[in-house]
Design a protein around this ligand. Structure first.
Ligand SMILES: C[S@@+](CC[C@H](N)C(=O)[O-])C[C@H]1O[C@@H](n2cnc3c(N)ncnc32)[C@H](O)[C@@H]1O
Length: 323
């Protein structure tokens, strides 16, 4: 499920259009292409709210609490070198952080980076903290702040970017030192890393959505992207990587695992969606972002034991919040 080696750094081993033609001309794969019609026996007709996908992820993490899915995403800084070039005191928000595969390379990148990481599973947040604390020779964990959140249901906490600072950031520099009554009240719930007189961290410089958006039902994606937009400082970036249309893992799903168009449920109840470029573009531009980069990454790897060729498709995207 986790994708992680340096070899997965974005490259083009094959043309996506060639794979598309192959898949779309293969009669045995036709069920992936037809519009989705929920059957009467289906557990989730499209008009009903989707099943609790966050709960399925919590159970997943409980079952895999040994952390064996951890794989540091070493390619991440090659894909997103902006993380290295950015200035002093950089705040990154990693959504759906899992056991820290994305957190670790970002923390290693620069001492000036602080990572705020959320997930819906308490267990996996604990695991991520342990992995970050024990995997590196130098201490990184003081620059990691985790928090529990189901981002499909709840808003981001106010201490990330409160609404008065969001409004102010569009018109004038954020003033974090004014100590209004409202701010004092808010500070009662503020986490300990907020400095005295700070009502929030003033928004983040990067949001990372790395194999997280595909993990939630399609109908909830646009509201999550809007939340990401609201928490970014103007001019800052959302970094996106996720499963692409016709990735090998999509083609392995059986007809009865379809939950929607290009949307599947694994046997453990977790969701997986496979993105085309135009859907990603619609989702992010619809939330107000500007597109900087968007492409398929098509990589062939070989399963040596079975001698089988595997065609992997990922989407790489960079989106900016306009100034
Ligand atoms: C495939 S993992 C990706 C983890 C990480 N971003 C990485 O790079 O490895 C997806 C993560 O999203 C989390 N997740 C799924 N639905 C969520 C939700 N509604 N709210 C918060 N986290 C969620 C899961 O618990 C899981 O850890």
């Amino acid at each position: 499920m986790m994708e992680g080696t340096a070899a997965e750094y974005h490259s083009k081993d094959f043309e996506w259009e060639e794979l598309r033609d192959e898949v779309e001309n293969d009669a045995s794969l036709r069920y992936h292409l037809v519009p989705f019609v929920a059957s009467s026996s289906s557990s989730s007709p499209s008009s009903d709210p989707p099943p609790d996908d966050a709960d399925a992820w919590r159970s997943f993490h409980r079952r895999h609490s040994a952390g064996k899915f951890f794989k540091e995403r070493r390619y991440l800084l090659k894909e997103f070198p902006e993380l290295l070039c950015s200035g002093n005191s950089i705040q990154v928000l990693e959504l759906g952080c899992g056991n820290g595969s994305t957190i670790l390379p970002i923390l290693r990148a620069k001492e000036s980076i602080v990572v705020y990481a959320c997930d819906c599973s308490e267990e996996v947040l604990q695991m991520a903290k342990e992995i970050v604390a024990t995997t590196s020779d130098v201490s990184l964990d003081h620059r990691l702040h985790t928090f529990l959140l189901d981002f499909t249901v709840h808003k981001f906490p106010d201490w990330l970017f409160c609404s008065s600072c969001q409004r102010a950031s569009f018109s004038k520099p954020v003033n974090l030192s004014s100590d209004s009554r409202e701010q004092k009240l808010r500070k009662l719930n503020a986490p300990s890393f907020l400095r005295e007189k700070q009502c929030c961290i003033g928004g983040v410089d990067f949001v990372t959505l790395i194999f997280t958006l595909s993990a939630i039902p399609f109908q909830r994606m646009s509201s999550v992207i809007e939340k990401c937009f609201s928490v970014l400082k103007p001019g800052c970036l959302l970094l996106f990587r996720d499963y692409g249309l016709y990735d090998m893992t999509m083609l392995r799903f059986l007809p009865e695992q379809r939950m929607g168009f290009r949307e599947y449920m694994r046997s453990d109840g977790t969701f997986s969606y496979f993105f085309s470029l135009d859907i990603v573009r619609d989702l992010f531009l619809g939330a107000g972002f500007t597109e900087l980069e968007l492409e398929y990454c098509c990589i062939t790897s070989v399963n040596r034991q079975r001698g089988k060729k595997m065609q992997r498709v990922w989407i790489h995207g960079k989106f900016q919040k306009p100034i």
